[in-house]
Design a protein around this ligand. Structure first.
Ligand SMILES: Nc1nc2c(ncn2[C@@H]2O[C@H](COP(=O)(O)OP(=O)(O)OP(=O)(O)O)[C@@H](O)[C@H]2O)c(=O)[nH]1
Length: 347
């Protein structure tokens, strides 16, 4: 399944749901006008306006959760009023709105809101209904609340699992590259708005091919897993560790400047070289490129960090290099680095 298509599903279903609501309410408003009930027609029309705005924003990819929640609350108020004037006919509209509440609020808030909404509407319906009718509806509405809560709980769990698998590298358990663009875009925006510093480290294990060749791919995999653990343990809690390529990891340090990022780079180099794996003789080392904002865009941020990493490799590995310290002419392309590798085969 193409996971990128997943993003389009909520937009389509949300538009469809809102369209169904709009048509239902609009038809009902027409009916109330025909039978000269202008008061209820007016109140319901008030709920059509935010719904139409909400659909327009959704269509233009500008919808946000707060505006959707407000729209739903206005519709709930209109439906409560219709319970007061229509009795059980108004109560019928409670059921679908309760389900929508569970999809637009978190579980606790949705339970509280739909409970208050149902209670108020049932009490208002008493205006024209016998109490035994209202009690019958109360039981049905309670069922709806319970099923709504269970259903949204299960869907949320599945959504979390899907997000986890879509964003996680299977071998190491850290983020995969899908996470990258979103995180770096946010940090560039933060820098442009508030001047908040952020840095990235591009870390590559040294001579990893030799580890595979000498000890086998399974041991190589184990080294990658342990490295990922070290990166997670020795970086701040809010740092994002991303598996960037085969034996390459990108560490995103939000809010940290070049000096702070350098300290972390040095710690990681020391921790990785201190690593003892029983099946492997000798040390595992790594090289790191460090690049801090400003950067004109994500590509430049990453490309300059990549150059710093290549220079760290060329300068003898087991070290970090700051992108800011690179001379513009130094290692302008990867060929220079490949040539350097070729003359040091036994390193
Ligand atoms: N075990 C294992 N190996 C991997 C994985 N992904 C990539 N590799 C290996 O990583 C090695 C990368 O080799 P190179 O790009 O030559 O880099 P290197 O040997 O680390 O040399 P330098 O980067 O120059 O220090 C290759 O042998 C790949 O097969 C993986 O998921 N598991």
């Amino acid at each position: 399944m193409d996971l990128t298509k997943l993003n389009k599903i909520p937009k389509k279903s949300s538009l469809l749901l809102q369209f169904a609501g709009l048509v239902t309410i609009a038809t009902y408003v027409l009916y109330r006008i025909i039978i000269n009930d202008y008061a209820l027609a007016g109140i319901l029309t008030l709920s059509i306006v935010p719904l139409a705005i909400s659909m327009y924003l959704e269509w233009n990819n500008r919808a946000n959760l707060i505006q959707k929640q407000l729209t739903l609350i206005i519709i709930c108020i209109a439906i409560s009023y219709s319970c007061f004037t229509l009795g059980y006919k108004g109560l019928l509209y409670l059921f679908p709105t309760i389900f929508v509440i569970f999809f637009l609020f978190n579980l606790k808030t949705a339970l509280l809101l739909s409970f208050i909404y149902s209670l108020v509407s049932l009490l208002l319906a008493l205006n024209i209904e016998e109490s035994h009718v209202v009690i019958r509806y109360s039981i049905a509405i309670l069922d709806c609340l319970i099923f709504g809560a269970i259903f949204s709980h299960v869907v949320n769990k599945q959504k979390q699992a899907l997000l986890y698998f879509a964003n996680t590298d299977e071998l190491t358990g850290v983020y995969n590259r899908k996470r990258l663009i979103k995180t770096l875009t946010l940090l560039l925006q933060e820098y442009a708005l508030n001047g908040t510093q952020s840095s990235i480290l591009l870390l590559d294990l040294d001579h990893f091919k030799k580890v595979n060749d000498k000890f086998g791919h399974l041991i190589g995999d184990e080294v990658l897993r342990i490295t990922a653990q070290i990166l997670k343990t020795h970086t701040p809690d809010d740092a994002e560790v991303i598996r960037y390529g085969g034996e390459e990891f990108l560490i995103v340090l939000a809010g940290l400047d070049m000096d702070q990022a350098s300290i972390i780079a040095q710690v990681l180099i020391e921790r990785i070289s201190a690593l003892k794996i029983s099946q492997i003789q000798g040390n595992i080392t790594c090289s790191i490129g460090v690049n801090s904002l400003p950067a004109t865009n994500i590509d430049q941020w990453l490309a300059d960090c990549d150059k710093a990493l290549y220079q760290a490799k060329s300068d003898g590995r087991d070290r970090y290099i700051l992108a800011q310290e690179l001379k513009p002419t130094h290692y302008s392309n990867k060929k220079d680095y490949v040539d350097t590798k070729r003359v040091q085969p036994n390193q």
